[in-house]
Write a protein that binds this ligand. Structure first.
Ligand code: BF8
Length: 648
């Protein structure tokens, strides 16, 4: 068991955990304790429940059973389990993408009050890219064709994903050689499920390659489509100031917290919360306004487009309710703990589930459909207002912590920023790396996990990377963790970054840690690296760029898919906890070693965040040496011997 003491490094979280225990309310940390010791077979990936001759488990010490009833070995079982978990993650992202495309199709009809095309430039850029006629046509006409084109990417039966054209040649060659070129989003997920059925695919390496193909269909397909179409529909994010942590909740206003993932709902709630009639209703109930805040990735979506504050990340969802001031929480899909429903018994918060895919016993279900989005959003805001009067003053306890941040960088605007408004270009970034002012880039992403001190791994890794001249980009709950600690504020550069990175941040006015969105927006990291490659001077394929990735507190199956498509795209990635594959030496070696030959990048498992940051730094330095780049411009705290020596 990894350390679970203290439970968090975030003072607001610690205060609310104490508050929960005073109120005798169990949280994820308490439930974790009641689960201990957790199942070692599951942790190692060596139990199989894929047929009813089982469940079977393999003895990791080699003394008991070495095969399941059907004869499956530990290697097969581990690979099959990993594939199944990954498919669930890929399906979650991709289904999210599909729903956004449906909303685009609705906007294209021009009759929706809720959805309009707010990113016409992106719309037309995508149309040109996919060969859809756009000249002398209205946005709606183009959007209609684009929606049909993208919906077909999900159900594609022949050929390969259209976004493959975005991928540098070397990555495409790697994928073709291994038979992992993604074809259709749904197809690769369904084929993967078929492969895991009893008596189908039993070759560990083939199963893992099946997982790569499905992950690529997510990263370059479903997730990328979700990101692109969100930008078309809701507008391309712009760097925006806001605040993060539970202190954004207001005692004198109606607090409505959105939690989940799909901006189709949260975007419309943003509009509904500023409806004059509803504001007047809130005032008539004694509230000074309507305060909207977010948890998890839907928070990231509306933060980067509207500056809506972040109430917290995954492990703070229960704690937000325990403040006693959340009048309504509206949830949709993914990362919503069923536990929050029970908190309604102790606190006045009303929780509404809204997705046809996700119902929760104890929550009130108000199903959201895109074609009546605004009515539903207004109804939910009204219900929050009506619940304001039901607060129990003696239960109110709002931590004071809230930290300033800048969020909302994208592939398109990060380097418009760096290149200047009139000459948008990745040149300054590439030049910064080439001259050694910046060591390289890192994507630090992913969840919280109650098994590890909340937020500690994200913060320690993030700080260590920027101190070592690595520009960090972030998504998901990792971005929220760093936002709460002030790393997403421009001032963080002076406080924590190495001298070269400081100079760049100061010149351009950006933080050393850039928020690029929600978890589907990890696709922005892929496309940003593609732009770095296209700009030239840092290698002709993604695996040659001095870049690394990490998910230091991951827990969700989506993170497995993200990690897999990132690694297969040539980006070395460190994760904690390890993937549940350590019951098979063959699978572990494949992922952490052989992948390097397959994709130019591999997975690494490292439970210490500082050591993890150093693995990333070392990898970046290796890429610098292979490119013949000079030593770093300034001496930095972490510089292992020989790493900056161009001769190696
Ligand atoms: O999709 S980082 S805990 S909220 S899975 Fe979930 Fe993990 Fe948070 Fe966003 Ni991503």
């Amino acid at each position: 068991m990894a350390d679970n003491n203290p439970r968090s490094v975030d003072p607001a979280t610690l205060e609310m955990i104490d508050r929960a225990s005073e109120a005798a309310v169990a949280t994820a940390w308490d439930r974790l304790e009641s689960q201990e010791p957790q199942c070692g077979f599951g942790r190692l990936g060596i139990c199989c429940r894929n047929c009813t001759m089982g469940p079977c488990r393999i003895d990791p010490f080699g003394e008991g059973a070495d095969r399941g009833v059907c004869g499956a070995t530990a290697d097969t079982i581990v690979a099959r389990n990993l594939l199944r978990a990954l498919l669930s993650g890929a399906a979650a992202h991709s289904d999210h993408g599909r729903d956004i495309v449906h909303a685009l199709a609705l906007a294209a009809k021009g009759k929706s009050e809720a959805y309009r095309i707010k990113g016409p430039e992106k719309l037309r850029g995508l149309a040109r890219e996919y060969g859809i006629a756009e000249k002398d046509r209205s946005d709606e006409e183009v959007a209609s064709d684009l929606a049909q084109f993208l919906l077909a990417e999900f159900g594609k039966q022949e050929g390969v994903l259209a976004n493959l054209a975005r991928v540098p040649e070397q990555q495409q060659k790697n994928w073709a050689a291994l038979g992992v070129t993604p074809r259709g989003v749904d197809r690769d997920i369904v084929t993967g499920m078929h492969m895991t059925h009893i008596g189908v695919d039993n070759d560990p390496e083939h199963l893992i390659l099946g997982s790569v193909r499905a992950a690529l269909a997510d990263g370059w397909g479903g997730s990328m489509i979700a990101t692109d179409v969100s930008d078309v529909l809701f507008g391309e994010p712009q760097p925006t100031r806001s605040l993060a942590n539970l202190g954004v909740l207001k005692e004198d206003e109606v607090n409505l917290v959105v939690h989940g993932h799909e901006p189709t709902l949260s975007e419309v709630i943003v509009a509904a919360a500023s409806d004059p009639e509803l504001l007047a209703l809130a005032e008539s109930k004694g509230a000074k306004g309507i305060n909207l805040a977010g948890i998890c990735c839907t928070a990231n979506e509306i933060l980067m487009r509207h500056g809506i504050p972040l109430a917290g990340n995954f492990l703070q969802q229960e704690l937000a309710i325990i403040t006693g001031v959340v009048d309504a929480m509206v949830v949709d899909v993914q990362c919503i703990m069923p536990a929050i429903a029970r908190l309604q018994e102790c606190f006045h918060t009303k929780i509404f589930s809204t997705s046809s895919k996700a119902q929760f016993p104890g929550m009130t279900h108000i199903e959201f459909h895109e074609d009546e989005a605004m009515e539903t959003a207004k109804k939910l805001v009204r219900l929050a207002i009506e619940n304001f009067a039901n607060r129990s003053p003696e239960k109110v306890c709002v931590p004071k912590q809230k930290e300033g941040l800048v969020a909302g960088f994208t592939t398109e605007d990060i380097f418009t920023f760096l290149g200047g408004r009139y000459r948008p270009s990745y040149r300054p970034l590439n030049a910064g790396i080439q001259t050694g002012r910046v060591r390289g880039l890192a994507g630090v992403v992913g969840c919280n996990n109650a098994r590890f001190t909340h937020d500690r791994y994200h913060l320690e890794m993030g700080k260590e990377l920027i101190r070592n001249e690595v520009l960090v980009v972030q998504t998901g709950c990792s971005a929220i963790a760093c936002a709460k600690a002030g790393l997403l504020a421009p001032e963080a550069a002076e406080k924590y970054a190495g001298k070269g990175l400081q100079e760049i941040c100061r010149a351009v006015g950006i933080p050393p840690v850039l928020h690029v969105g929600s978890c589907v927006d990890n696709s922005r990291i892929l496309t940003a690296i593609v732009e770095v490659v296209k700009e030239g001077g840092l290698g002709d394929s993604m695996d040659k760029v001095p870049v690394a990735g990490a998910a230091p507190e991951w827990m969700s199956e989506k993170a497995i898919s993200i990690g897999m498509y990132v690694v297969a795209s040539g980006i070395f990635t460190v994760v904690n906890p390890p993937l549940p594959v350590q019951g098979s030496r063959q699978v572990e070696e494949l992922l952490t070693k052989t992948f390097e030959q397959h994709f130019g990048a591999a997975w690494a498992f490292e439970e210490d965040p500082i050591k993890g940051a150093h693995l990333m730094s070392d990898h970046i330095d290796r890429k610098r040496r292979e490119l013949g780049l000079p030593p770093l411009m300034y001496e930095v705290p972490y510089a292992p011997k020989g790493n900056d020596d161009p001769d190696g």
